[in-house]
Design a protein around this ligand. Structure first.
Ligand code: AMP
Ligand code: GLY
Length: 432
């Protein structure tokens, strides 16, 4: 099989690693890829969010499957264009990707499908925002309606920050809308559900660390770390994955099919486990970054066959997926100034040294090669991924490797998976 992978982040580097270890994959091409992906794939220049470029590349290169990493190509209609050209694509059409591209649309679909989520108010004016904030009370949750790379959400007790700094700024953009919703308490879980338009196959759940700083302080980011599996979940809510497939993923996939926009790809279900039960925080239409790095590190079933089955509507025929019982921890190394204004152009060293740590591999995201030196070229620069017999071992390995990487001014959380290792993640007891 010849596979074309779209994207340039550490999630795509993880996908590239899994795809090239699948014996079914003869060749991997990446558009545009990054210096890490270039060690595994042929990287081609071009814009992965331009449907014409992607179709031309896929047909010229005779690829059997296109795998879309980020949301931008999906929203731009790359999957639609590939469908017209007859090239199998893992990733939803633009109409189906609206589940991620518009939080208001996602809320509408959830309401129609009876999916449990926070009560929400879609606001187009400042007056509507004021009324909604009055109705929800603190803590205030204000979300930009459109795509914002994980940075469009403000959760705060500060009414002024909610209404002036965030809501007003979002509304000022052309066609700007915000969603104001009830605050959801309880631990968060990311569950990636593969979908082929009608069937759903869940991957192993993971947990993401969205805030920049230790102890969940500082601004929201694209994600600063992750781990899988979630032993605390297996112990406290053993049936949760099946429950979420039945009450969230399948009803959503069925509702999208009913609307004539069947969903193919990853339905990323971001959940809060509240005292009233699981509630959807957000949907994304793609693999999560950095959770994918740890989820794929544990997947034993060859990936390309799974993604092709999803693209061709054959998920129901797949045997059950196989997983390593080991734990994986991912720690993101981010640039100075991330997320507001990451500094780029700093030299990155120590990668080979870090990869010497037992069970560790280093994935690249915001990197570039300049005169033979690896330099930072984005906010999230690396994902350091470990696998170990348990979470304590995996954490120790990941951090031993992180401390071997050098990047001036870099930021990394020191507490990824710490609460889980210490048995401190508690699901609130379900009421009624
Ligand atoms: P989102 O982009 O919707 O995933 O939001 C980013 C982060 O903001 C989530 O991972 C949560 O940590 C937080 N968040 C979003 N919505 C809520 C909510 N309704 N209640 C509490 N926290 C939220
Ligand atoms: N890890 C959060 C995201 O991929 O949106």
């Amino acid at each position: 099989m010849r596979v074309l992978l779209l994207g340039a982040g550490a999630r795509e580097h993880a996908l590239a690693r899994s795809l090239t270890s699948d014996p079914q994959v003869d060749d991997l091409l990446a558009l545009p890829g990054n210096p890490g992906i270039a060690e595994l794939a042929v990287c081609l220049a071009g814009d992965p969010a331009d449907p014409a470029t992607v179709v031309r590349t896929a047909t010229e290169q005779h690829v059997d499957l296109v795998v879309v990493g980020p949301e931008a190509p999906l929203v731009a209609g790359v999957a639609d264009a590939l469908a017209t050209a007859g090239v199998p694509c893992f990733g939803p059409t633009a109409a189906a990707a609206r589940l991620e591209a518009s939080k208001a649309f996602a809320k509408e679909v959830m309401a129609a499908a009876g999916v449990p989520t926070a009560a929400a108010h879609v606001c187009a004016t400042q007056a509507e925002v004021e009324t909604a904030l009055g109705a929800t009370g603190a803590p205030y949750v204000v979300k930009e309606d459109g795509l914002a790379a994980g940075k469009g959400v403000v959760v705060t007790d500060d009414l002024d920050a909610a209404r002036r700094r965030h809501a007003a700024a979002c509304l000022a953009r052309p066609g700007g809308r915000v969603v104001v919703e009830d605050f959801l308490d309880g631990p968060e879980v990311s569950l990636f559900c593969l979908a082929d338009g009608s069937s759903v196959v869940p991957l192993a759940p993971a947990q993401d660390f969205k805030r920049l700083g230790d102890g969940d302080t500082g601004p929201n980011t694209g994600g600063m770390g992750a781990y899988s599996p979630l032993r605390w979940l297996d112990e406290q809510r053993p049936g949760l994955v099946a429950e979420v497939v039945e009450t969230v993923a399948l009803p959503t996939v069925q509702e999208m099919a009913r609307r004539g926009s069947p969903f193919t790809g990853v339905l990323y279900v971001g959940l809060a486990l509240t005292s009233a039960g699981p509630r959807v925080i957000e949907f994304n239409a793609r693999f999560g970054d950095p959770e994918t790095q740890s989820v794929l590190a544990r997947l034993r079933t060859p990936l390309a066959g799974i993604l092709l089955a999803a693209a061709q509507g054959r998920l129901a025929d797949l045997p059950p997926l196989e997983w390593s019982p080991e734990s994986s921890v991912t720690v993101v190394v981010a640039a100075d100034g991330y997320p507001a204004s990451p500094r780029t152009g700093d030299e990155v060293t120590g990668l080979a040294d870090a990869a010497q740590v037992d069970g560790v591999h280093v994935l690249q995201a915001g990197t570039a090669l300049r005169e033979g030196r690896l330099v930072s070229a984005g906010g999230r620069v690396l994902s350091v991924v470990s696998v170990g017999p348990d979470l304590a071992a995996a954490r120790a390995r990941a951090y031993a490797a992180v401390h071997r990487v050098h990047l001036a001014g870099s930021q990394a959380r020191e507490d990824v998976a710490r609460a889980a290792e210490q048995g401190e993640v508690l699901v609130p007891t379900t009421k009624g």
